[in-house]
Design a protein around this ligand. Structure first.
Ligand code: BES
Ligand code: MN
Ligand code: ZN
Length: 492
């Protein structure tokens, strides 16, 4: 699909489907509404009355032009109340236009944007990202792709003049969407085909496409560096761990110290010897969502070229039970020199992250942001749609939360409650890997904090939103690519 910009009235344009974004209540806010309704002999008004179309967010209505016009179908897409406009309003508008187009086998779709006091660049970027992501499909494993009928062209109609800035906003929307799609693809990929080695190979392919530097550390190198926590988590599996180091260096850096992104990349989490019950294991191919998000974000960063160096670290392993797996009771000394008593092999994410965070410190970063599908407890706390954000720095936390809001993602800050550190005390080692049930996402974050020293750091627990349970707004069922847009906004 190509997204383009046109300053012309939608009614005069030849296209299979014309969409009008309209606000709820009085179906107002679209300058083309009266023209289109007039062309259709008042059909938009009367059908929406009969069908109770009230312009709720994402609500749609379609009427056929019966061959009398330059467009085959016309539709209204609800944008909700003007008092409730958010980034999601425009993401959903783009997504619904693309969905309607695909459903009605339209090759070309024209979308007339609703009038609002939002900055047009922002709106265009959001609508574009929404359109690409709403039409995202994962059909690699289907014998028939079903893409024959998908839209080829989406034209965004504006009333003012088009400009280079406005086109750049559309390009950015596309780049971010393609990067989010990388995150979705990786989460959706079956673990039989996506394991540390193949994940690293894909990262290499991606890096060479967009011009990132990449280093892939194999088990013998990891052993030399003392990364025994990462190696330990992977030692029950035939598929050996990898640590991938991607780097972006700007032509002119305005800041000396780099930003480091670190992602948990457990390509399948069976729980290890602390085996998960069957039902909890079903979705555990998604346990590399953090690493997928880091790779997706790096893909966008390489193209959007911020003036700061950014590194992406992927900690890749498969957590399996076997005769060679780590045991509850084992003590492992990781790269930082700290010893960890394993009391639950299912708390493996924090182990691989500990070694990856220590590696990140070696890059002397201004800040570290790690992303991980870390705890079920975070989903209990915040529900399945919200990312838990922990940080030792208020400015960083505020910045990330602000970016999330700007790009239409739901993040919420959670506390690093000091007293819970008690839970991680071990009788024989420097720390245990697991605390008690209560406050489980906090103790996980406190464990990670031990490995970042005093460095400015944020930990994003994406366990809930890494998977979307349904097609809604710009989300599609399956991998969501959550946090990628937020990271890109925060950095670029
Ligand atoms: N990968 C899981 C966390 C998870 C759970 C992600 C559900 C997505 C959905 C993680 O490795 C894990 O197993 N965490 C344990 C920690 C516990 C053993 C302290 C959990 O949440 O139960
Ligand atoms: Mn686990
Ligand atoms: Zn896990």
């Amino acid at each position: 699909m190509r997204v383009t910009l046109l300053s012309a009235d939608v009614g005069s344009v030849k296209s299979d489907l014309v969409c009008l974004g309209v606000f709820g209540g009085k179906k107002n806010g679209n300058l083309s509404y009266d023209t289109m309704n007039g062309l259709l002999g008042g059909a938009l008004g009367s059908v929406s009355k009969d069908d109770d179309f009230s312009g709720k967010p994402g609500e749609t209505l379609v009427v056929h032009s019966l061959g009398n016009h330059s467009f085959k179908r016309a539709s209204l897409i609800g944008c909700g109340k003007t008092s409730k406009i958010s980034a999601k309003t425009f993401l959903t508008l783009g997504a619904q236009a693309a969905r309607l187009g695909n459903k009605s086998a339209a090759k070309s779709v024209a979308l007339s944007l609703p009038e609002s006091d939002w900055d047009l660049e922002t709106v265009l970027e959001l609508v574009t990202r929404g359109a690409y992501l709403g039409s995202y499909r994962y059909d690699k494993y289907r014998s028939k792709s079903g893409r024959e009928n998908s839209i080829k062209k989406l034209t965004l109609h504006i009333t003012g003049k088009s400009s280079r800035k406005l086109s750049a906003a559309i390009t950015k929307g596309r780049i971010v969407a393609e990067s989010v799609a990388i995150g979705r693809d990786l989460v959706n990929e079956p673990p039989s085909d996506l394991y540390p080695q193949t994940f690293a190979a894909f990262a290499k392919k991606t890096a060479s496409k967009v011009g990132l530097k990449i280093k892939i550390l194999k088990p013998d190198q990891l052993a030399k560096m003392g990364m025994n926590l990462l190696l330990g988590v992977g030692q029950g599996s035939k598929q050996t761990p990898r640590l991938v180091h991607l780097s972006y260096k700007p032509a002119k850096a305005t800041k000396k110290k780099p930003i480091v992104l670190v992602g948990k990349g457990i390509t399948f989490d069976s729980g290890g010897l602390s085996l998960k019950p069957g039902a909890s294991m079903v979705d555990m191919k998604m346990d590399m969502g953090g690493a997928g998000a880091v790779l997706g974000a790096m893909n966008a960063i390489a193209q959007l070229k911020p003036n700061v160096a950014v590194h992406g670290i992927l900690a890749l392993a498969e957590n399996m039970p076997s005769g060679t797996a780590i045991r509850p009771g084992d003590v492992i000394k990781g790269a930082s020199g700290r010893t960890v008593e394993i009391n639950n092999t299912d708390a493996e994410g924090r182990l691989v992250l500990a070694d990856a965070l220590h590696y990140a410190l070696g890059l002397k970063p201004a800040k570290i942001i790690d992303l991980a599908t870390l705890t079920g407890a975070c989903m209990v706390a915040l529900g399945p749609h919200t990312v838990g954000c922990f940080s030792n720095d208020d400015e960083l936390a505020d910045g990330i939360l602000g970016s999330a809001n700007a790009v239409g993602e739901s993040f919420w800050r959670l506390p690093l409650t000091e007293v819970l550190k008690e839970q991680l005390k071990s009788d024989i080692a420097d720390t245990k890997n697991t605390g008690e049930r209560w406050g489980g996402s906090i103790t996980a974050a406190l464990f990670l904090q031990e490995f970042v020293g005093g460095t400015t750091w944020a930990h994003l627990d994406i366990a809930g939103p890494a998977l979307s349970g349904s097609n809604s707004g710009h989300l599609t069922k399956g991998g969501s690519g959550v946090a990628i847009a937020t990271l890109v906004d925060h950095i670029c």
